[in-house]
Design a protein around this ligand. Structure first.
Ligand code: NAP
Length: 266
């Protein structure tokens, strides 16, 4: 599957994605990033071509990955408009930005909108992907790229803000909870690294159970819970404190922030 990848903005997510893909396919890529120090490092690290303008990057690429912050988009749109988008795929990973925002670049521009997450860099990412005006071949290229970093799921665009709140932001929510668990582990004589390993393996194990066993969540919970036991005590406290309700609100807040980002800045 030969395609020329070009990145606009090469920050954390671009590197997470490219390091996963590059480890499996020793292909090269081009990029544009105004941070000259970082551009030099990236060019050397991945044997990549740094472009000095967006126009030359787009001209030299087939699949163009937009990996800037959503807030940077308005200042970049005029430069994107100056490019020719015939036979190109624009791949946006910008949280909240709908594909319709790019329709002004070119009539019938081929777009993929993707919501990945940082575990891409260890091959355990999750990417929700939607397409507009793309050919099956263009879609296959995008799916293949993100599959290098983990699971992919084709979704309608109407659900991507939910994916953003759940899996895009999700790792940070679990890391935040882990910080609290580490405090508890330390208080009970465990080292930070032992508690970290204990939490991580528990998350991986619970995740694998959910992915590989077609068992309802109620059954998975009851498998851990014996009457009057430790889990029952913890679950009762979760219920008393309304932890699932509150954690639900954390996800809802992230989803509503993605919806806010969808609104054009005045
Ligand atoms: N981080 C996540 O977990 C995650 C998950 C899913 C989706 N996303 C999405 O991924 C996108 C990138 O996030 P990130 O975390 O990778 O951000 P990041 O690390 O800040 O990367 C953005 C890159 O774009 C560069 N940049 C700034 N202005 C630019 C311009 N005018 N033209 C070209 N490049 C420019 C930045 O350079 P400077 O550093 O010099 O500003 C930086 O290298 C965001 O839209 C976010 O919504 C992120």
């Amino acid at each position: 599957m030969s395609t020329r990848f070009g990145f606009i903005g090469f920050g954390k997510m671009a590197e997470a994605l490219w390091s996963a893909y590059h480890a499996q396919h020793q292909t090269t890529m081009s990029f544009y990033d105004p941070n000259s120090e970082r551009a030099t490092t990236i060019a050397q690290k991945y044997n990549a071509t740094a472009h000095s303008t967006i126009e030359s990057l787009v001209a030299a690429s087939d699949s163009i990955l937009l990996c800037i912050k959503p807030q940077t988009l308005p200042e970049l749109l005029p430069q994107l408009k100056a490019c020719s988008w015939d036979d190109k795929t624009l791949v946006s990973i910008l949280a909240g930005i709908p594909m319709s925002r790019f329709e002004t670049l070119s009539a019938k521009i081929a777009i993929a909108r993707v919501m990945p997450n940082t575990p891409l860099q260890v091959g355990e990412g999750f990417s929700g992907i939607c397409f507009q005006n793309t050919t099956p071949q263009q879609e296959a290229v995008v799916m293949h790229l993100f599959a290098a970093g983990g699971s992919t799921l084709t979704i309608p665009e109407s659900t991507i803000n939910a994916i953003t709140g759940i899996s895009g932001s999700g790792p940070a929510f679990f890391y935040q909870l882990t910080q609290k668990i580490i405090e508890i582990g330390k208080h009970h004589g465990l080292s930070e690294s032992d508690t970290r390993a204990c939490v991580a393996q528990t998350l991986i194990g619970a995740g694998k159970m959910m992915l590989t066993q077609d068992i309802p969540l109620e059954t998975l919970i009851s498998q851990v819970t014996s009457p009057g036991g430790t889990t029952a005590a913890g679950l009762a406290e979760m219920q008393r404190l309304g932890v699932d309700h509150d954690f639900g609100n954390v996800i809802l807040k992230a989803i509503s922030r993605a919806e806010e980002l969808a609104q054009p800045t005045p």
